[in-house]
Design a binder for this molecule. Structure first.
Ligand code: PLP
Length: 454
């Protein structure tokens, strides 16, 4: 086994990491993660780290689940690959399509497989435009999404996303994608003195304004994450999504839920749209479908779109080598069965979700915490300079990164998005482990407070 320094040197010499300042990382050196079990990682120095981010929002059943390992091994031996292009299909892909139809809301009886969430969202862009083409309305090209939403890193995914720092590189967004402001009450509603409920309606109203500005006859779809994840776990007011639904219905616009993070139990229901109260026409999924053990993503296609594509569509000229990869599908089948067997969705809804909510509520006393939010097993703490006024820290201070450093140093993975500290632990986390995580979070907050006061 190589030493940490040897791994770091080889890493710096050859491996360009995603979303990373390559030069800075090469100088600093990566943390090398070597193994994991349950909710704990181990690094190359032997330190145990509580993974409060489920890898990257994906390891819902936790690490080391034998059922998933066995499913992959069996399928690798039986049939490691076959495609779905030549009017061919494999048993795991068919079975998974069947099972997904069972665990998704009733309008979803069909699935289009992809290799990731980004590929799923690229599929969405082509599929919704195809849908309107078939219906003789090819001018319906425009897809509306939100600033600070995240929908992936491909050209279409990053265009749908509303991250300005992504648009700044590579000439994005691609044409006919436009954005409205996000439903972030603390930043956009609280300063105006709006209640959360009233702000939810105001923020949804921005969609109607945009539709009228673009011209309703040109709008194909609206896409959003039920709860923005990478944007900082921004839980919209309860009034937001039902109003978005009403507006989409009013103008006949397709409603797309990006469930890449919220799907598979994260919010205490199987799907984020169930928790937030809306009925999408299409849903993107990835991550939790295999608990990240192997890449897989796709699109659930609701009856409204499926009927048109199947009955009137002809060829849909789109697909990936790995659409319906048999090993990925076999792992997904084992994963979904395990989620059911362990009753993880119920556990999040009735037990660990409310427990986490109470622990986060208690953190409102901390001098650094301006706002806290949770939904199921997603949570965010906003670090502010002045709680009473909600004044942010100077951005040069990078208080989120300071706090993240204290988490990492003390054996906890917690992510910083600006000054929002976010978590999404594996759904198998127990109450005792939530306590352990909260003690580490408190410690990191206290150390950060000492730093900012110094
Ligand atoms: N959509 C959402 C909501 C995501 O959070 C992500 C990834 O974090 C994606 C899409 C992109 O998925 P992938 O990284 O698998 O391409």
């Amino acid at each position: 086994m190589r030493t940490t320094a040897q791994w770091q040197a080889a890493d710096a010499s050859h491996f360009l990491h995603p979303f990373t300042d390559f030069g800075a990382l090469a100088r600093k050196g990566s943390r090398i993660i070597t193994k994991a079990e349950n909710i704990y990682l181990t690094d190359s120095e032997g330190q145990r780290i509580l993974d409060a981010m489920s890898g990257l929002w994906c390891v819902n059943v936790g690490y080391g689940q034998q059922a998933l390992i066995d499913a992959a091994t069996r399928q690798l031996k039986e049939l490691p690959f076959y495609n779905a292009f030549f009017q061919t299909a494999t048993p795991p892909a068919i079975e998974l399509a069947e099972l997904l139809a069972e665990v998704t809301p009733p309008q979803f009886q069909h699935v289009f497989f992809a290799g990731s969430g980004s590929e799923g969202n690229d599929t969405i862009v082509r599929m919704v435009r195809r849908y309107w083409d078939i219906l003789g309305q090819p001018e319906r090209q425009v897809i509306i999404s939100r600033k600070n939403g995240y929908h992936g890193s491909t050209m279409a995914g990053a265009s749908l996303g509303g991250m300005s720092y992504m648009h700044a590189q590579g000439g994005l967004p691609i044409p006919n994608i436009t954005h409205i402001d996000q439903p972030y009450w603390y930043e956009n509603g609280r300063p105006q003195g709006l209640s959360r409920e009233d702000f939810g309606k105001v923020a949804a109203g921005w969609l109607e304004q945009k539709i009228l500005e673009v011209g309703p006859e040109k709008v194909a779809a609206f896409i959003g994450e039920p709860i923005q994840g990478a944007g900082g776990v921004i839980v919209p007011p309860e009034t937001y999504w039902p109003e978005i639904q009403r507006i989409c219905d009013k103008y006949g616009i397709l409603l797309v839920s990006d469930e890449v993070i919220c799907g598979f139990g994260r919010t205490g229901n199987w799907w984020g749209c169930e928790t937030m109260g809306f009925r999408p026409d299409l849903m993107t999924f990835a991550k939790g479908v295999t608990s990240g053990y192997i890449p897989l993503g796709g699109v659930m296609v609701g009856d409204r779109v499926a009927k048109v594509l199947i009955e009137q569509g002809g060829d849909f000229n789109h697909g990936y080598t790995y659409s319906g990869h048999p090993v990925a599908c076999a792992v997904a089948l084992a994963n979904i069965k395990l989620i059911r067997e362990l009753k993880l969705v119920e556990q999040v809804r009735e037990n660990t979700g409310p427990y986490l909510a109470a622990q986060f509520k208690a953190l409102e006393d901390h001098p650094l915490v301006g706002e806290q939010q949770t939904k199921g097993l997603m949570g965010a703490l906003l670090l502010v300079k002045d709680k009473a006024q909600g004044t942010p820290f100077a951005s040069e201070l990078e208080v989120g990164m300071v706090c993240r450093g204290h988490c990492f140093g003390n054996g906890l993975i917690m992510r910083a998005v600006g000054d929002r500290m976010i978590i999404a632990p594996p759904l198998v986390i127990t109450r005792a482990q939530v306590d352990e995580m909260m003690a580490l979070i408190r410690r990191a907050l206290d150390l950060t407070l000492t730093d900012v006061r110094a």
